[in-house]
Design a binder for this molecule. Structure first.
Ligand code: IMP
Length: 177
């Protein structure tokens, strides 16, 4: 639902109405966010017959060689923010990035776009907005964590906003081709 709240206003700005598809549950595994998004979108489109957007994201921490990356959801559910901060205890390199892959499957095929936001892992969690690792991610050029930002502020820089904007643009272009 947090993702939906972020993406809904962006979709509306392109004249696209989004609804949440909660009746199909999928667990596509891959080391690449792009593959997860594309495969999931194709499967859901095949089942539902309606144009579908799938967005898959992950947090990549430099000092941990990109961990948790595509496994961010599992890591969030298991060790959580506390566990990630523990892994970085005493580590001075706090560089990390969020990456998002958005795929739209529809009658003409599948479109894919990605977005990245670089930043730092905070020393402690701050803020109560957003979801997931938002309380410990400070995007480059900001002082606040994502969890201290409004949806509009986060959307002005986030990985997800970048990837969905790009894929909506591709979608609109290809509809009129
Ligand atoms: P998903 O597989 O795309 O649902 O996301 C994987 C996990 O990455 C989520 O469960 C979150 O913990 C984390 N994540 C992805 N995007 C964000 C974000 O924008 N903010 C904070 N955490 C995120």
């Amino acid at each position: 639902m947090h993702k939906y709240e972020e993406v809904k206003p962006i979709a509306e700005s392109y004249g696209i109405a989004l609804e949440v598809c909660s009746d199909i549950k999928l667990e596509v595994q891959s080391d690449r966010l792009e593959d997860i998004a594309v495969k999931s979108a194709m499967i859901i489109y095949a089942i539902s017959g309606k144009p579908v957007l799938v967005e898959d994201a992950g947090l990549f921490i430099e000092a941990l060689n990109g961990f948790p990356g595509p496994y961010s959801s599992y890591v969030y559910k298991t060790i959580g923010i506390k566990g990630v901060l523990k892994l970085l205890n005493g580590v001075s390199n706090r560089r990390a990035y969020f990456k998002s892959a958005s795929a739209i499957a529809f009658h003409k095929g599948v479109l894919l776009a990605t977005g990245i936001v670089y930043g730092q892992i905070a020393l402690e969690p701050r803020g109560s907005k957003g979801f997931g690792f938002d309380p410990i991610f400070i995007p480059e050029g900001a002082e606040k964590t994502f969890a201290e930002m409004s949806v509009e502020e986060k959307n002005s820089i986030s990985h997800r906003a970048q990837s969905v904007r790009k894929v909506f643009e591709l979608f609109i272009k290809s509809i009129y081709e």
